[in-house]
Design a protein. Structure first.
Length: 443
């Protein structure tokens, strides 16, 4: 007899997007420039104008939840101060449209698109940004708190710091060992400030949390050197953003990683960061097998490819077992079995043609990816994880940051030359999973 993969009746089934990746029209209707504006998100998926059509697709798929982000610069064109009513109105219309279809909005305040005016003032290196972010958050709480019940402060702060301030591969393109810990700390202070202000806001009846990308680390061997390498990699990517929020301190390994670039932080800062949150969002894509490699600073580790497994178009190993593992780890280390957890992103980029074939897009590798990872999520629930929902990444093919439009993650295909949307076979499969409450996963 097959295992049962049935999910609870009140489980949230969603898909996720982010503002700059899908909206297009980044400076329309009085919006301010952001740090990504020299890239190619001018049109993207034209969601800013086509949001009603996209909400209709969400409804057709049978999703009961939708995770999206707000572009800070649409709300405060200069990052602070004057509120752009037309920006507020766009997100208000989107929320109303979702609610009309019975779809629960999950609003992320920050998904990497920092207003350019704030970057000019130091961005995430300026301590004042925690207050700037708090003011922006209150603007959104006041505007939508009567209708939005789920709020996330930050999306993947690790990517903001690692890509934007250490490697320099993402906006704002800095590469500075001394800047990285400061950016991380100010991101977490901003998170704490927003949570603190949420509790006395118009949105306080709702729930607020943090979204992190987690990547389980496995040792290449059982040697002491490789085991130490795994601890460093895990501290840097995973515990750096969770220990302060839940335990009130940074992992000790960070002092070893950053050396003289690691600052001392005040107790007041750590108390601010350790605001109680209502849920944790986990974004999971892959795992990493690491070995000790002293020449690769600052982590002194090296990724060891696992070629025996399928890899996605972004060269990420498909390894669903690690999703179960990371959810159990979060539950044990931070949740004591009680912390509500949502898988806020999970998905894969595989090659899809730029145009449909006979009006269809067949993506069997992505179908299998979702089958395996939804099974892995259910396994974590069976082992005691308080998993409340799952959001596929992504609803639409979109602007994939440094990859441009070359990588397609969507369960809905976008023909960028015509903006035609076509539900892929993976989208149809996900819809069938939802309709059966997971029962078809056993097939």
């Amino acid at each position: 007899m097959s295992d049962s993969y049935r999910f609870p009746d009140d489980f949230l089934w969603g898909a996720a997007t982010s503002a700059y990746q899908i909206e297009g029209s980044p400076t329309a209707d009085g919006a301010g420039r952001n740090t990504w504006l020299d890239q190619t998100g001018d049109v993207a998926c034209d969601h800013y104008r086509r949001y009603r059509d996209d909400v209709a697709i969400i409804s057709e798929l049978g999703l009961n939840a939708y995770r999206f982000s707000v572009a800070w610069g649409r709300i405060h064109p200069r990052g602070t101060g004057t509120v752009n009513k037309k920006g507020i109105d766009f997100y208000s219309r989107l929320v109303d449209c979702l609610l009309e279809k019975g779809i629960k909005p999950n609003l992320t305040l920050y998904h990497w698109d920092l207003p350019e005016a704030l970057d000019d003032r130091g961005g995430w290196l300026n301590r004042d940004i925690a207050e700037w972010f708090g003011d922006y958050a209150v603007t959104m709480f006041d505007a939508l708190g009567d209708r939005v019940e789920m709020w996330s402060t930050l999306n993947e702060p690790w990517v903001v710091t690692d890509g934007g301030y250490l490697s320099g591969l993402l906006a704002p393109g800095h590469s500075n060992l001394f800047e990285a810990p400061i950016a991380t700390h100010n991101l977490l202070r901003a998170h704490g400030t927003a949570v603190e202000r949420f509790r006395s806001s118009n949105a306080a009846k709702g729930k607020i949390g943090l979204v992190v990308n987690l990547e389980p680390k496995y040792p290449a061997s059982e040697s002491p050197e490789d085991l130490d390498a795994v601890r460093r990699a895990d501290a840097y990517m995973n515990r750096q953003y969770l220990d302060p929020v839940f335990l009130g301190k940074y992992p000790e390994e960070l002092r070893d990683i950053f050396g003289e670039a690691w600052p001392e932080w005040s107790d007041d800062d750590m108390r601010l960061i350790k605001q109680p949150i209502d849920f944790l969002g986990v974004n999971y894509y892959t795992r990493r097998v690491e070995r000790d490699y002293p020449a690769n600073l600052p982590l002194r580790t090296m990724h060891v490819p696992q070629r025996q497994h399928v890899h996605s178009d972004t060269n990420w190993e498909v390894f669903p077992e690690a999703l179960t593992r990371v959810l159990l780890w979060v539950n044990e280390r931070y949740g004591a079995g009680k912390l509500p957890i949502y898988i806020t992103e999970n998905g894969a980029s595989f090659y899809d043609p730029p145009h449909t074939i006979d009006g269809r897009v067949e993506d069997p590798l992505r179908v299998e990816y979702y089958r395996q990872h939804l099974r892995a999520a259910h396994e974590a629930m069976k082992k005691g994880v308080n998993l409340r929902g799952y959001y596929a990444w992504s609803l639409l093919d979109n602007y994939e940051w440094s990859h441009g439009y070359s990588k397609r993650f969507g369960i809905v295909h976008v023909d960028y030359s015509t903006q035609q949307r076509t539900i892929k076979s993976s989208g149809r499969y996900y819809s069938d999973v939802i309709r059966s409450k997971g029962d078809i996963l056993s097939k």
